[in-house]
Design a protein around this ligand. Sequence first.
Ligand SMILES: NC(=O)CCC(=O)C(=O)O
Length: 261
Amino acid sequence: MKVALAQIDIQLADVDKNEQRIMQAVAQAADQEADVVVLPEMWNSGYALQRLKEVADVGGTRTKQLLQSLSKEYDINIVGGSVATLKGQEFYNTMYVVSNDGQCLSEYDKVHLIGLMHEDRYMTAGSHLNTFELAGTPSAGVICYDIRFPEWVRTNMAQIPAKVLYVVAQWPIQRIEQWQVMLQSRAIENQAYVVAVNRVGADDDNTFGGRSLVIDPLGHIMIKGSAEKEEIYVTDIDFAQIDNIRGQMPIFLDRKPHLYR
Ligand SMILES: NC(=O)CCC(=O)C(=O)O
């Protein structure tokens, strides 16, 4: 499976401009014959938390329509990063996953909202798992701060069990070493590929650190993006390695979830 990571910049609260950038990124990924393209967190608006009323996508309708039409036009599966949405009276940080025939396979609201970036003051946390079969592969997806909760990642991964963990982020540069170490750990402990996309660029509060990653199930780094540059990174993933590793050390069978609290 060929995956493309869209490490791009995001313009604060400029939904139209961000949509144009996403359209370009998906076209670039398709040009490189990717099966799956992964977008960053909150790509429609950035962390424009005080302007959510203006920028949030009502019911996610606009985003779903865009991703569904792009997936069909380019015959590509899309892990749609996340966007700010308004559902009922509440704002959410929502990931949509769309298959290459335009079906919306999953809708996930970020569960762990980061107080350090005031997200918890403005948005409502989700409470559902995020697992799906994408390009014939059992997969799971989480959003940024969610990776600090290995129990949440494991709960998702164990459900299928998933062979790929997709992570979408707006992760500041000053904690970028932690990003890499935690993602390597999530790959090793779940014996799965991690495909993680972080944005580059800055807003008024943070500079974001790029370093998008593809990590194999033994924790080796296959792709490591630049810290600053926009780029579409593409690599091939071979799932035979997972079957070998899980065959030798069947951690999903050896778990004792009844003892874990
Ligand atoms: N957007 C985020 O959730 C940022 C997470 C982060 O910076 C951290 O966990 O550190």
